[in-house]
Unconditional design. Sequence first.
Length: 420
Amino acid sequence: MFSLFYGLWKYVFSKTEFHVLILGIDKAGKTTLLEKLKSLYSNVEGLPPDRIVPTVGLNIGRVEASNTKLVFWDLGGQSGLRPIWEKYFEEAHAVIYVIDAASPSRFEDSKSALEKLLRHEDLQGAPLLIVANKQDLAGAVSVDELSRYLDLKELDERQHMFEAVCAHDGMGVKEGIDWLVEVMQRSKRTERLRIRADQDRNSSSYMSAMATQICNQISSVFSPPSTSATSNSRPSALSVAVEEIKVAVVDRNGRVFVHGVGREGLMLKALCMRLSHLGISAHCVGDMTTPPISSSDLLIASAGPGGFSTVDAICGVAKSNGARILLFTAQPDSGSAAEYATAIGFIPAQTMANDDVANSGDKEEELSQGAVSSTRRNLLPMGSVYEGTMFVLFEIVVYELGSLLGQSPDAIRSRHTNLE
Ligand SMILES: Nc1nc2c(ncn2[C@@H]2O[C@H](COP(=O)(O)OP(=O)(O)OP(=O)(O)O)[C@@H](O)[C@H]2O)c(=O)[nH]1
Ligand SMILES: [Mg+2]
């Protein structure tokens, strides 16, 4: 029974990500502590103290401690930056409040900033770890002295602990984090946040925020930065595709063949179906009924990352039979498939070739309401942006071709299969 319960407990918490805010007035040592946490709990070496500068935005650290994923948000403590803190309260599971124990002249400022956050309703029930930092310095007060000095009534109703810490050498850090993880796992606030996250996921605004992000990513592929030399020197994928298909079917009375692998292949199959709706003789390479390709025909192939052995081979056969080859790719200059192409449809999107997982997290982030955090995981990983772009691009191609070929909506609809 115990092992069943323990298994369930582990399952629930191995999936939970706790957000811990590191707050405190300027120069308390918050960022130094964050960097020490990274060194202690992950294989990323944190910045050494002499390279840490006062924080203006947000620093993020992700670590795993006691089988639990912890995300630390470290914010700047200068008085002008403190109003930003409350933006993060709602999503925080707990707070680490850092005080420079060796600077009694700043205790008053520290105390009033702490009092303010303890009164904030968005932080209700959040466990609080108060760090008496800089214990290595001669003038540092003990946790008892600090606790006496602070004398906060609000602390009575809140799970809290004082910990003597030296962020430079890590003294006291693990003890504080062990306590924090344990209380976060049992806290009612964690349960409330979990229920709210489930509700958010089920809400239409959450889905709409996700959909907007996906659409924005795809839309940005169509407007790459003007500094991009490759995209500036090439005609758009839309104009190339419309021209190639038009010339093949109208001027040469030829057919269109499509070929791609994986999800790129599925997008091309969708295009093939839409071309059939336009009255074009279109075929998917590999189908039992695919006719032989000839010099009046067009092969549309895709190799997002630049080349695939099967795509290269099919392009080679089409070329040796005199057909034109329109290749969609994100790597027009270096890919192996481009050698066979007679026209390139350049799609400047991320593919498997440049899905840089290592660099996709831990950037500065803004968590506005309804927005989905960009640093958690890539919403469109690997080749998803490329494939999503193909789908959208092909709808535009079909729309343009429909006008060019004088196809009415009724005529297009009449070609839809009735065998389904
Ligand atoms: N001696 C000693 N100095 C420390 C310790 N922790 C931090 N410091 C120093 O305190 C100064 C401020 O540290 P930061 O980590 O930048 O402080 P912060 O709270 O992030 O400051 P803001 O970003 O401005 O809010 C730096 O010079 C640190 O090296 C410590 O444990 N011992
Ligand atoms: Mg800082």
